[in-house]
Design a protein around this ligand. Structure first.
Ligand code: AR6
Length: 173
């Protein structure tokens, strides 16, 4: 199975790339974004600053992905993606979330990377209910992995309650 659900701190994973649940500025924040920046050190912020803005202050629109080095992280690269803020589900949230997973994995594949760890994008500060996010995310990952059969994905949950939700979505009983 190329998709595995794990419970861990994503900043500790020695994979080719970890995905960051960022905001459009790519200049850091709370949650997993703050943890990744703290663990990677100041070089990561500097690399993010150097990414071009598509409009003032926007380095990564919602649903897209950008890549930097991993600096002091055990992971070689960080793929920054911006999930949707949950507004109830009728403002295109599923399509945008799906796009985050697909574009992040495609960016990794384009750079020849094989192991990628994702956090539960949008499921914290952005408020996406994890029971609704997990099936959307897993469908996007499965579909993209069909084109990249040598790749392996870890879905890294921060706690066991979140991991149980994702495991249920992966293997509905
Ligand atoms: N390892 C793995 N998962 C983690 C870690 C960690 N070290 N830390 C938190 N999580 P969030 P979002 C989980 O809020 O909802 C930032 O300010 C967390 O428990 O990090 O996409 C950005 O700059 C949750 O399940 O991301 C944006 O402004 C999941 O990661 C905004 O938050 C995602 O929660 C993005 O919000």
């Amino acid at each position: 199975m190329p998709i595995e659900i794990i419970t861990a701190d994503i900043t500790r994973l020695a994979v080719d790339a970890v995905v960051n649940a960022a905001n459009p500025t790519l200049l850091g924040g709370g949650g997993v974004d703050g943890a990744i920046h703290r663990a990677a050190g100041p070089g990561l912020l500097e690399a993010c600053r150097q990414l071009p803005e598509s409009s003032p202050g926007i380095r990564c629109p919602v649903g897209e992905a950008r890549m930097t080095g991993g600096f002091a992280l055990p992971a070689r690269y960080v793929i920054h993606t911006v999930g949707p803020v949950w507004h109830g589900g009728d403002r295109g949230e599923p399509a945008l979330l799906s796009s985050c997973y697909r574009q992040s994995l495609q960016l990794a594949a384009a750079h020849g990377l094989r192991t990628v760890a994702f956090p539960a994008i949008s499921c914290g500060i952005y408020g996406y209910p994890p029971e609704r996010a997990a099936p959307v995310a897993l469908a996007a990952l499965r579909e993209t992995l069909q084109e990249h059969t040598d790749m392996r994905v870890q879905l890294c949950c921060f706690d066991t309650r979140m991991a149980a939700i994702w495991r249920h979505a992966l293997n509905p009983a």
